[in-house]
Design a protein around this ligand. Sequence first.
Ligand code: AMP
Ligand code: GLY
Length: 422
Amino acid sequence: MKVLVVGGGGREHAVCKKLAESPLVDALLCAPGNAGIAQTAQCFPDVKATDVEAIVALAGKEHVDFVCVTPDDPLALGCVDALEAAGIAAFGPNAYAAQMEASKIFSKNLMKKYGIPTAESEVFTEMDAALAYLDTRRAPIVVKADGLALGKGVVVAGTIEEARQAVVDMMQGGKFGKSGARVLIEECMFGREVTVLCFTDGKCIVPMRASQDHKRAYDGDKGPNTGGMGAFAPSPLYTEDMAKRVTDEILLPTLRAMNAEGFTFKGVLYVGLMLTEDGPKVVEYNARFGDPETQAVLPLLDSDLMEIMMAVREQRLSELDIRWKDGAAACIVLASGGYPGKYESGKLISGLDDAAAAGATVYHAGTKMTDEGYVTAGGRVLGVTALGETLGDAVVNAYAAARKIHFDGVHMRTDIGSKDCK
Ligand code: AMP
Ligand code: GLY
């Protein structure tokens, strides 16, 4: 089969590498892709992931048999709907189902209606009402823009003043355009966070290995939120008992709720959990693989990803027996100095081959190929993933490989997994 992956980050590199292992895949394309993905797939740097028309045209022109739509924006824009309408098989939820991520109010209403545990929250369409409500609440409190905001639409405010500022920024400042026209103000939950990526075909839901992301920029979970500075899987917090609880109280009820609402979600449902004193609660759903969780989870997958994606699309996921490797995987993100704030690009990267020789897989997120070699071209530059028998081994192996890579201003957290290594 000829397969096109839509997207161009570290997550898409991991998806491409896994698909390339499949005997079902003869040719792999990626739009736009990136310099690292170009080692595995034919890339189309001029075709933007959000340009649905151009994606459909590319798939047609290249006689693609199957498209995997990975990022949130094209899913919300109806990329899967458009491909399927053009007679091209596609993996991912349709635009309606993608609202599970694209509208926090949509998913919050679904959780409320079907009793799925999550933070209490109120919706506001008027800024004055939101501010008046805040006067009656105590900090910490969470303010969320309704729509997609590049992962930046959530403010966990330590003071009511900070929460007021967030409301004003979102609703008046127009920082997030239409995404901020409606906001949610919700109770702050406390606990550890776990990500459960699930394959679902609308009939059954199959969790992958649970993982943990590290969202803050600096060691000790300090500094600003980022797209994710590292991840590992499986999560030791996700014990068998917890897995059962989450399946019974969250995953199956979510599947039933989506069906009861009359829509079918096919693809990857990302369930972001907070393990609170009162049990596991949903922080958010995403309608796709997570980044960088995928770079830690997919290397542990022992089954054929292409086969799974086809089964999801054809709603015969229950026929498959999805297998996982023993052991653990850790992914360390190497970022440009200054990220998530201002940073410089174009720094020459060395040591990539040494990291690979150390047994790691280096996923490219923001790199560019030049005559001198790979240079940095983004905030998050690389994700270095290594496996190990235990989480501790995986972390040690990943750091050993990551430390072989250099570029000016390179920044990585040095404590990925440290809270959970025994
Ligand atoms: P989201 O974009 O919804 O994933 O939110 C980003 C991050 O904000 C989450 O990973 C949590 O760390 C934090 N967060 C979101 N909602 C809450 C909440 N109700 N209570 C505490 N932290 C939250
Ligand atoms: N790792 C968080 C996300 O993919 O949204």
